[in-house]
Write a protein that binds this ligand. Structure first.
Ligand SMILES: [Fe+2]
Ligand SMILES: [Fe+2]
Length: 499
């Protein structure tokens, strides 16, 4: 217990005496360490960060653990009456859907217009902020004498590193300049290390000799700290993605348990209580495994026919209780154009899914408002690009990568890596509206956290490790279901892995 309290104090929190009592009661022997870890995780992600650990927080953490620990098992002979969510009207609005807005020939003009749109949208974001509202231009910064100050918005067109020095070539559509970032200012240098080509930044510079500008400050577009919307009472959304129906390692049994739980057929009392309050099911892409998505995918496929895959997927979707709303976006394994943004999966392929029940089918990315909570839904196709290029990122920590996207205010900051992006009239991948919940999948590792009032969730997967992932050294963590309480925005991970 002394060590546990020590850990909490070291993390920078004080403890209320009631919280100490609760910790003594709840955390016995081997359960104490996981409980303290959970308490710290919740306290660190709370907005604003609390100074004191309260008894309430300890209880919430204990509850969270209990839920994750208790595998969802069948309960015999449970009849049930009306369920909470059955008598509740859905409050679901589509705020943005790229479907129908897309189509580009990919000409030089299209590319120029696309980047111009990105630059304009990002510039507007900077102009809305007090600290970056007043800005000059690259020309102003270059016009001053030696040591003259500059403040301007620019896009990174090239990044080079020489030893500890980083050189950024930036452009503001009128002029170009070279920015030097030395390591004498560690904060600026760390920021520069993690930015990529094509990002739009606000720069504060000092003029050196010649045409070189030295970076004194680099400001990312960033999301403001904000108070998210919330439901008026206890209602839940479950976030599913990367089901990969048709794959040899699709975890059919675990996925059937999810459906059984939604129907109220399985689970302990706490879990059944939540199931009764689920009103929304969001499917964040890769509903099926598809065909020809990566080299030699055939050996990972149980169903090598895309139509057959969607027919089977439709049977699962049909099993979602009628009173729930289903929102579906595509992923890179779905049968729709691969370049981002993706329109909704066409009827030609997903027809059986659309015929199986009511489905709100949208493109990738999309924005929906559920119970006053703004969701940004993005499959996550670009996440691996960010992970492979940004120092310190790791696919086992998806929340940090998604936080990076929020700070860059862009879903695919660098153009032209592994993710193809359609040069559309507008850059729909700019995160213009600050989401309350930001969902992605794709990397098959679930996670949740809070960044500046935005709840970040990666919805994991329902597919075991494929031969392809084995060859690539990727270890997925499938079978965990994030459940979002739309009233409190707490996220719980429910474990459906074992019988
Ligand atoms: Fe996937
Ligand atoms: Fe994917």
């Amino acid at each position: 217990m002394r060590r546990a309290v020590g850990t909490i104090l070291e993390a920078g929190f004080q403890m209320e005496s009631e919280a100490f009592k609760t910790l003594v009661e709840r955390g016995r022997e081997d359960s104490l360490k996981p409980l303290v870890d959970e308490v710290l995780k919740m306290a660190s992600s709370a907005q604003p960060r609390p100074l004191f650990i309260s008894a309430d927080l300890v209880l919430k953490a204990a509850e969270q653990l209990a839920l994750a620990d208790v595998a969802v098992v069948p309960v015999e002979g449970l009849g049930h009456g009306r369920r909470f969510a059955e008598d509740r009207e859905a409050k679901l609005e589509v705020v943005f859907d790229p479907t129908g807005k897309l189509g580009t020939a990919g000409s030089i003009d299209d590319f120029l217009r696309y980047f111009r749109s990105r630059f304009e949208k990002m510039s507007n974001l900077f102009r809305q902020r007090i600290d970056t509202r007043s800005s000059g231009t690259i020309a102003d910064a270059l016009a001053g004498g030696t040591n003259g100050r500059g403040r301007f918005i620019a896009m990174v067109v090239e990044k080079r590193e020489k030893g500890n020095r980083i050189f950024l070539t930036v452009d503001d559509y009128d002029d170009e300049a070279t920015i030097l970032v030395g390591d004498s200012n560690p904060t600026v240098w760390q920021t520069a290390r993690r930015i990529s080509r094509d990002q739009v930044l606000f720069l504060e510079t000092r003029k050196s000799s010649g045409k070189l500008l030295v970076a004194e400050n680099i400001v990312l577009p960033e999301i403001p700290d904000h108070r998210p919307g919330h439901a008026s009472d206890e209602v839940y959304a479950i976030l599913v993605s990367d089901v990969h129906v048709g794959s040899k390692v699709f975890m059919e049994d675990a996925f059937r348990r999810v459906l059984g739980w939604l129907k109220g057929e399985v689970g302990g009392p706490d879990q059944r209580h939540i199931a009764d309050h689920v009103k929304y099911v969001v499917v964040g892409g890769d509903l099926v495994d598809g065909i020809g998505v990566y080299p030699r995918q055939e050996i990972d496929l149980k169903i090598p026919d895309i139509y057959e895959q969607y027919r089977l997927a439709a049977k699962f979707v049909a099993d979602i209780p009628e009173h729930m709303e289903v929102v579906l976006i595509p992923g890179n394994h779905d049968a729709v154009r691969q370049a981002l943004p993706q329109p909704k999966i066409p009827k030609e392929f997903a027809g059986p899914v659309y015929d199986s029940r009511r489905v709100v089918s949208l493109g990738d990315p999309s924005e929906v408002r559920m119970e006053g909570v703004d969701f940004l839904l993005f499959h996550g196709t670009s996440l691996m690009d960010i992970i492979s290029s940004v120092p310190g990122s790791d696919y086992q920590r998806p929340v940090e990568v998604m936080e990076y996207q929020l700070r860059a205010r862009h879903l695919a900051p660098e153009y032209g890596r592994g993710t193809s992006i359609g040069p559309e009239i507008e850059d729909w991948l700019v995160i213009e509206h600050v989401p309350d919940v930001f969902q992605s999948g794709h990397i098959h590792v679930p996670g949740s956290g809070v960044y500046r009032g935005t709840t970040i969730v990666n919805s994991g997967a329902w597919q075991g490790q494929t031969d392809y992932q084995k060859r690539m050294g990727l270890v997925p963590q499938p079978g965990l279901l994030p459940v979002v309480n739309l009233q409190s925005l707490q996220v719980r991970m429910m474990d459906f892995r074992s019988e």
